[in-house]
Design a protein around this ligand. Structure first.
Ligand code: MUC
Ligand code: MG
Length: 367
């Protein structure tokens, strides 16, 4: 069975609750839906979030690279020749999320072709993922009210607090109010999206030392190598690499050079194939991972759940899987359900991301 077409469809869905963080903000999901269709009519689907402040991609650049560069090289390849597809993608540098979406859409095709859920093809470890919810910049009391509502409504007890603000006391206060209000059993961690210097991050760690934070993600710019290394060496909690480790090579480099001792793995930027390699590398080096969030739609979230639940190493920690709740609508035909703080893997062949065609028609921006 061969790849017949590779499409990249831009669409836009507004957020009800925009998310603000140190490297940017989202008001609209200006994403790209990638679709691979085979000569037998199987359709594989994946979502692509443009994050210019993280990977340099835009909605237009994603459409261009998928349709103009990748599609002509992929059409005609057998859907099971995954390594040939990887070789095509690897010939182009960067374009992380465009490549990730092509990979996931292909896995979706393969699962449907074989009549198997992709999560089983990837490892089949478990059937659900525990959810961590990401809280954007807000005053401390609003953050706590939100977290309590998420706990009450969805059973979520793990929260990632977006930080990296100035003065740093804003984030220290937010963390303290969350810990006080949620109690000692809640899992809390911070993500500064490079908003601080290494010294500022050190100060935050000192002032939050008694709050039982799980880890600190991307506190500063990892390219400032010595500052980051000093931070990792002195911190009593793990320092996680997110945007400093977007692919296998960078992830290995960050671990080996002491830039991080924990890794965020994101299917939106690594697809399933490269994400699995990153997880294997981390496992081999005794480094923990967690499934991160690219402010994913429900289509993107299901891909993360399918991958995270497939492997023992990614199932240990909660995955960031709930920020689609801030959107006004979605393309997924069957809405994602969060119950008792968990999302179940869809038990269908493929990834389980069938799209509502009426909604796609309504939200696509290319017609
Ligand atoms: C994160 O973990 O940094 C910020 C932008 C984006 O796409 O995802 C994030 C979350
Ligand atoms: Mg992050």
């Amino acid at each position: 069975m061969k790849i017949a077409t590779v499409e990249a469809i831009p669409y836009s869905i507004p957020y009800v609750h925009p998310l603000h963080f140190a490297s940017g903000a989202v008001h609209e999901a200006d994403h790209v839906l990638v679709r691979i269709t085979t000569d037998d009519g199987i359709v594989g689907t994946a979502d692509t979030p443009p994050r210019p402040y993280t990977y340099g991609e835009t909605q237009k650049s994603i459409v261009a690279v998928v349709e103009d560069l990748f599609a002509p090289q992929l059409v005609g390849l057998d859907v099971l020749d995954r390594e040939k597809v990887q070789a095509v993608l690897a010939r182009t540098v960067h374009n992380q999320t465009a490549k990730g979406a092509v990979d996931i859409a292909l896995w979706d095709v393969i699962g449907q072709f074989l009549g198997q859920p992709v999560t089983r093809l990837l490892g089949g470890f478990t059937d659900s993922m525990r959810v961590s919810h990401m809280l954007g910049f807000k005053p401390a009391q609003e953050l706590l009210d939100l977290a309590l509502r998420f706990r009450e409504t969805y059973g979520i007890t793990t929260f990632k607090l977006k930080t990296g603000r100035h003065p740093i006391g804003l984030d220290v206060e937010a963390a303290a109010v969350l810990r006080e209000g949620l109690g000692e059993d809640a899992e809390l961690y911070m993500d500064a999206n490079r908003g601080w210097s290494a010294n500022e991050a050190m100060e935050v760690l000192r002032r939050t030392a008694d709050l039982g934070l799980q880890f600190l993600e991307e506190p500063d710019d990892a390219r400032e190598v010595l500052g980051r290394r000093r931070l990792v060496e002195r911190s009593t909690i793990p320092i996680a690499a997110d945007e400093s480790a977007p692919n296998l090579g960078e992830a290995a480099k960050e671990i080996l050079t002491g830039g991080a001792n924990l890794l965020a793995v994101k299917t939106a930027r690594s697809g399933f194939t490269e994400a699995a390699k990153i997880v294997g590398m981390a496992e081999g080096m005794g480094v923990d991972v967690y499934v991160g969030n690219q402010i994913d739609t429900q289509v993107g979230t299901i891909a993360s759940v399918v991958f995270g639940a497939a492997l023992a190493h990614t199932s240990k920690r909660a995955g960031e899987l709930s920020n689609f709740l801030d959107m006004s609508d979605d393309l997924l035909a069957e809405p994602v359900v969060i119950a008792d703080g968990r999302i179940r893997v869809p038990d269908v062949p493929g990834v389980g991301t069938a799209v509502d065609e009426d909604k796609l028609t309504r939200y696509r921006t290319d017609r």
